[in-house]
Design a protein around this ligand. Structure first.
Ligand code: HSE
Length: 437
């Protein structure tokens, strides 16, 4: 049988890993798919051939990616350039030319996936994107196929390795935020624009995709709430620990009676949960299904070969389905395209969580009463209060409140009122809390 011919766009961290795996494991892969997979044409401008095992097997390397998507010999395009443009134009052109596409580009899928999938469906080709979400963890495969019997209730995931690495180093070694971020960049984990990692945008892209696959709705990144980890201080990490919690940067999506919550933010979670112990650059996704209960998926969320592992698995999937009727392939968003429903995604003000609040108050009688009155007036029930020693020479004492679940709007009002009090210094720090039960 003719070999399957691959056009590879990008020979960076993930592209290099993809070439290495296809070379090293060629025999095993051929045993799985009964076809030889060959990279016949690649496009790259800046790459280090010495770092890529098997680069000599690529028949042709161009510096123009459009030449590769126009190559009539190529059956499958692997897009590993990243970013929105020209990635979008390249992918749409590949589809127009009748080529299947494998991509690790979560930003592209989260923002333009609806248009890309519609084009692919019209042309009868597949766009596979496992490598975009949680690196080497086969979470898309698990959700679209392994959990297909279930109604998904909620998902909570640590889906950005860089952010998790920063929070872990802050907790374990008391290191500074900026210092750890620089290290993550040097290790090749961070996005080209590292604000995507620390501001939760990258996790927001991934959550948008997971949410659509969970609930069968079009991709809506613009409705995903994202909040970064930049405001987390060493003292919050410490107090959370004293109270039996860890702070993780979570992507959470949940189906409620009023609509879908779709949010990324730092979150306190009980330290006894398995996911609370996922450290460093590792990722984990916790999925709650009505039939299966909770299932947890864990693995490397970034890095060359872990991400390339997902790219190659997608290539294998596409090769296996080459001879199948497009109607019988697994739908891009898990549900049949004409069965996707426009479920309401709730604005952040309408979502409900419990909260950790830290404020600095004058240490005198009646202060706690004033704060608790404001919380009570907003319908907020207190779960625990912790008053810490003031720092030497400081006239304010840190006070920490844990609250029960309440609508975000009520909490916003309460915080605004607390910050108005003369006895409170500066802003109130708010971190949302989830029990993940
Ligand atoms: N920058 C991403 C992360 C890479 O840190 O998780 C994988 O998507």
């Amino acid at each position: 049988m003719e070999p399957v011919k691959i056009g590879l766009l990008g020979l960076g961290t993930v592209g290099g890993g993809t070439v290495s795996i296809l070379t090293r494991n060629a025999h095993e892969i051929a045993r799985r798919v009964r076809r030889i997979i060959r990279i016949t044409h690649a496009a790259a401008i800046d790459y280090n051939p010495e770092l890529i095992e098997g680069i000599g097997q690529i028949e042709k390397i161009s510096d123009d990616a459009f030449v590769v998507v126009e190559d009539p010999e190529v059956d499958i395009i692997i897009e590993l350039i990243g970013g929105y443009s020209p990635a979008k134009e390249l992918v749409l052109k590949a589809i127009e030319n009748g080529k299947h596409v494998v991509t690790a580009n979560k930003a592209l899928i989260a923002l333009h996936g609806n248009e890309i999938f519609a084009a692919a469906q019209r042309r009868g080709v597949t766009v596979a994107f496992e490598a975009g979400i949680a690196g080497g963890i086969p979470i898309i495969k698990s959700m679209r196929e392994g959990l297909a019997a279930n109604q998904i209730e909620w998902i909570a995931g640590i889906i950005n390795g860089t952010g998790n690495y920063i929070l872990t180093e802050m907790r374990d070694k008391g290191r500074d935020f900026d210092d750890v971020l620089k290290e993550a960049q040097a290790l090749g984990y961070a996005e080209a624009d590292p604000t995507f990692d620390v501001e939760g945008i990258d996790a927001g892209h991934k959550l948008t995709i997971l949410s659509s696959i969970a609930f069968g709705m079009p991709l809506q990144f613009d409705k995903t709430y994202t909040e970064g980890i930049g405001k987390i201080e060493q003292q919050d990490v410490l107090y959370a620990g004293e109270l039996g919690y860890r702070i993780k940067h979570l992507g959470i999506t949940r189906k409620t009676a009023k609509g879908i919550e779709q949010r990324v933010h730092p979150t306190l979670i009980p330290e006894r949960r398995l996911i609370a112990n996922v450290d460093g650059v590792m990722n984990a996704v916790l999925v709650m299904g009505d039939a299966v209960g909770s299932t947890l998926y864990y693995g490397a969320g970034a890095g060359s070969e872990p991400t390339a592992s997902a790219v190659v698995a997608d290539i294998i999937d596409v090769v296996r389905s080459l001879a199948t009727n497009p109607e019988n392939r697994v739908p891009h968003l898990a549900f049949q395209p004409n069965a996707l429903s426009d479920i309401n995604i709730l604005p952040m003000e309408d979502t409900e969580t419990a909260y950790y609040l830290r404020m600095h108050a004058i240490d005198e009688p009646g202060v706690l009463a004033e704060v608790t009155r404001i919380l009570g007036d907003s319908g907020i029930s207190i779960e625990a209060i912790l008053q810490k020693e003031p720092a030497i020479d400081a006239s304010f004492v840190p006070i920490i409140f844990l609250t029960q679940r309440i609508k975000e709007k009520n909490m916003n009002d309460a915080i605004a009122n607390i910050e108005q009090l003369d006895v409170i210094d500066g802003e109130v720090m708010r971190i949302r809390m989830e029990t993940l039960e």
